[in-house]
Ligand binder design. Structure first.
Ligand code: NAD
Length: 284
């Protein structure tokens, strides 16, 4: 029977470690502080922002929320970011995406100084990640790797297939797996004969945004599956990009949805915020 990769438990451990390090920051000067900007009324974004504030509280991180109306101009958002960049008591800044159509995401992401870019979306952090240098790693990809590490999956020399090449998930996951010495294939919507590629893999990470996309016939017996997808049906029930029930008897380990990758994202945000603060306070 396959092992369930318990993202809830692993996320709790990451949060606990972040809390300890946050307490060290507080003892050395001040608690870490995270500024979250939310523009407009997107309900899913509002839930994410609320959950981030809750995690901050649990970890001893000071949370600053900036809720701006949907008609806020790009210039006003950039001015707020400039103020937060200059504020010595703020360690991390993130702007919840998506933004209203009149505000350019790239302008906003590029405005946050790389040292406070705890989402890891700034081009400097993206570049450092691909160079294998110390940087802020985007939270969901960092969570995927932590799940594999905590499960004891040996990636060295193994074949890993990532399905999905988005900038926030697929590409950074592929880069991180490469840094772990896996042999990585990055697949996407134009990949020919995808099942033949995925069947070669020891580890499959699926991030396509299509419910139950990864089926049992697409993986070889004993593979490890990490499911990044999140889909909510009319009844509120969550499911992922992998056909979990069908895959369970075939794989050696798999993340459930909910309770797999999902809880890791905010936990890794806490880790990144504490890392920013420690650098800021020169705690090493
Ligand atoms: P995206 O839409 O930006 O990218 C999807 C990728 O899938 C694209 O690169 C596309 O080429 C690929 N794709 C689409 N159809 C395909 C096909 N038929 N065959 C192969 N590849 C195909 O999505 P994203 O932002 O990377 O998110 C992916 C999923 O992960 C979504 O369900 C999203 O909700 C979820 N997600 C979860 C978290 C989390 O915290 N757990 C974070 C981010 C995204």
């Amino acid at each position: 029977m396959a092992a369930l990769i318990d993202g809830k438990a692993i996320a709790a451990k990451v949060r606990e470690q972040a809390k300890e390090k946050a307490a060290q920051c507080a003892a050395a000067g001040r608690a870490p502080a995270l500024a979250v900007i939310l523009v407009g009324e997107d309900p899913a974004s509002a839930v994410y922002v609320k959950n981030k504030a809750k995690a901050c509280e649990a970890c001893g991180v000071r949370s600053l929320e900036y809720r701006l109306p949907a008609d806020t101009t790009e210039r006003q958002v950039l001015e707020l970011i400039a103020d937060l960049n200059a504020d010595d008591t703020v360690d991390g800044i993130l702007c919840q995406l998506p933004l209203p159509g009149h505000i350019r995401e790239t302008a906003v992401v590029n405005a946050i100084v790389p040292e406070k870019d705890v989402d890891g979306f700034h081009p400097v952090n993206v570049g450092r990640l691909h160079l294998g240098e110390d940087c802020f790693v985007p939270c969901t990809p960092a969570g995927v790797i932590r799940l594999l590490e905590e499960t004891g999956v040996d990636l060295c020399g193994k074949r890993a297939v990532v399905i999905g090449r988005s900038n926030i998930v697929g590409k950074p996951v592929a880069s991180l797996l490469t840094a772990k010495n896996a042999t990585v294939t990055l697949c996407h919507s134009r990949t020919e004969n995808l099942p033949a590629v995925t069947r070669e893999a020891d580890v499959v990470v699926v991030a396509v945004g299509k419910k139950h996309f990864l089926t049992a016939d697409m993986v070889r017996p004993g593979a490890v599956v990490i499911d990044v997808g999140i889909h909510r049906d009319e009844t509120g029930k969550l499911s992922g990009d992998a056909d979990f029930d069908a895959l369970l008897p075939v794989v050696s380990a798999i993340t459930p949805v909910p309770g797999g990758v999902g809880p890791m994202t905010i936990a890794m945000l806490m880790e990144n915020t504490v890392k920013a603060c420690r650098a800021h306070l020169r705690l090493g």
